[in-house]
Every structure is written in structure tokens, then in C-alpha cells.
Design a protein around this ligand. Structure first.
Ligand code: SAM
Length: 213
């Protein structure tokens, strides 16, 4: 993702603490308080500009969503979408996913979405991939036992690597599509990257993997 410097982003984020939670560690174990209800919580790690999370939230008002994004100049676009749509069931965290367990405890999160995660193709950067085993451990630590990761990408190399990583971690693959847009799968909500790559004719890969019970 190309990251442009947006000096105004910091101020817009600070002005909307209801949407971009400034102190997420205070909600560890009590995200129901942040949302004011006890609906299930699904998170997207690496949410980018927020198209997926906001469209999911509109389609599923009975589920709460949190989008997690490292760069404020990117997450600010997700915030603008939220301000526009006035969605009560979405929050954003401008944090590094390496620190997920600072913000969530076991069972706080009911599902993890990873969409078009940065592929980090060089072997020496494998640890940065969001499906590397240390990230899987973090997801396992915040999901209930048997919790799921739903993953989409256009990158065949990252997909192959991730299926292997899920499998080596002892996860059960419950869904795999090697060409999502030409499959029977219904109800797909596209991310920004998905729209971009599929419009160029690239295939979209999708998997669902479940942690051991
Ligand atoms: N999910 C969006 C989509 O499908 O359109 C964005 C995909 S973009 C390629 C990946 C995003 O993940 C980037 O915005 C990047 O900043 C974010 N990201 C990568 N590593 C991250 C991390 N460790 N913590 C939080 N966000 C991360």
C-alpha cells in the first residue's frame, strides 16, 4: 500500500475517539462496553481504507467490527467512511497487529479477517507476513477455542505459504477456493484491493481455517 503523508489525518482521528479508539488497552476484556452491546466481535487485521469492514457492518448490523490498521494516513479514509455512514457497529484501531494481545484477551474476538495482506515475498521477511506462526499465535490468544481466520488474497505465493502455515500450526482448513469470483460462494463483500486486482482479471484465493478446539 502506498502511504501518502496526510498532516490533517492526526487531527481528524483525534476528533473522533468514538470511532478510532485512542486507548484500546483500556477495553481489553470489555469491548462490550465500547459498543454498548454484547454482539459478536469480528476484526479485520490490515483493514486499509476500510471498504470491507464498513460494507460488512452495513450487511450485518448484529455483528460488531473492528478494523486494525498501522498507518494513520490510510485508516483516516476508513474513518471518513464511518463518519459518512454513521455506523454504530464499527470501531477502528490505529495500532500494530503485533500488539493484538495488549488490546484483546482470549475470547474477546469471534473471528479474524485477513484481506490482501502484504505478501512480503522475500524469505527473510517471512516473519512480517500476517499468517506467520507468531501472528497465528496472537490470533489464537484472542479468539475462543475453535475460532476462525477468514483469508483472501490475489497473491498465489502468499496463499500457498498461508495454507501451509495454517496446517503446520495444526489448524483445520474448512474452506478453500482457488478462484473465488468463479465459484459458487455467495455473499462475498469485496475489499478495495480485491476490486482493483479482480478488475485486472486476477484470480482471488480464499480460505477459512479453524484453530484446534
Ligand atoms: N485489507 C485491505 C484491502 O484488502 O483492500 C488493505 C490491504 S493492504 C495490501 C494491507 C494493509 O495492511 C495495509 O494498509 C497495511 O498498512 C496493513 N498492515 C500490514 N501489516 C500490519 C500490521 N502489522 N498491523 C496493522 N496493519 C498492518
Amino acid at each position: 500500500m502506498r502511504v501518502r503523508n496526510k498532516p490533517w489525518a492526526k487531527e481528524l482521528i483525534a476528533d473522533h475517539p468514538h470511532y478510532v479508539i485512542p486507548n484500546p488497552e483500556e477495553y481489553k476484556g470489555k469491548w462490550t462496553e465500547a459498543f454498548g452491546n454484547d454482539q459478536p466481535l469480528h476484526i479485520e487485521v490490515g483493514t486499509g481504507k476500510g471498504q470491507f469492514i464498513t460494507e460488512m457492518a452495513k450487511a450485518n448490523p448484529h455483528i460488531n467490527y473492528i478494523g486494525i490498521e498501522l498507518f494513520e494516513s490510510v485508516i483516516v479514509t476508513a474513518l471518513e467512511r464511518l463518519i459518512e455512514a454513521e455506523l454504530p457497529n464499527v470501531k477502528l484501531l490505529n495500532v500494530n497487529a503485533e500488539d493484538l494481545t495488549d488490546y484483546f484477551q482470549k475470547g474477546d474476538v469471534d473471528r479474524v479477517y485477513l484481506n490482501f495482506s502484504d505478501p512480503w515475498p522475500k524469505k527473510r521477511h517471512a516473519k512480517r507476513r500476517l499468517t506467520y506462526k507468531t501472528f497465528l499465535k496472537r490470533y489464537e490468544d484472542i479468539l475462543p477455542s475453535g475460532g476462525e481466520i477468514h483469508f483472501k488474497t490475489d497473491n498465489q505465493g502468499l496463499f500457498e505459504y498461508s495454507l501451509q502455515s495454517f496446517s503446520e500450526y495444526g489448524m483445520l482448513l474448512t474452506f478453500v477456493s482457488l478462484d473465488l469470483h468463479n465459484s459458487d460462494y455467495e455473499g462475498n463483500i469485496m475489499t478495495e484491493y480485491e476490486e482493483k486486482f479482480s478488475s485486472k482479471g486476477q484470480r482471488i484465493y480464499r480460505s477459512e481455517a479453524k484453530f484446534r478446539v
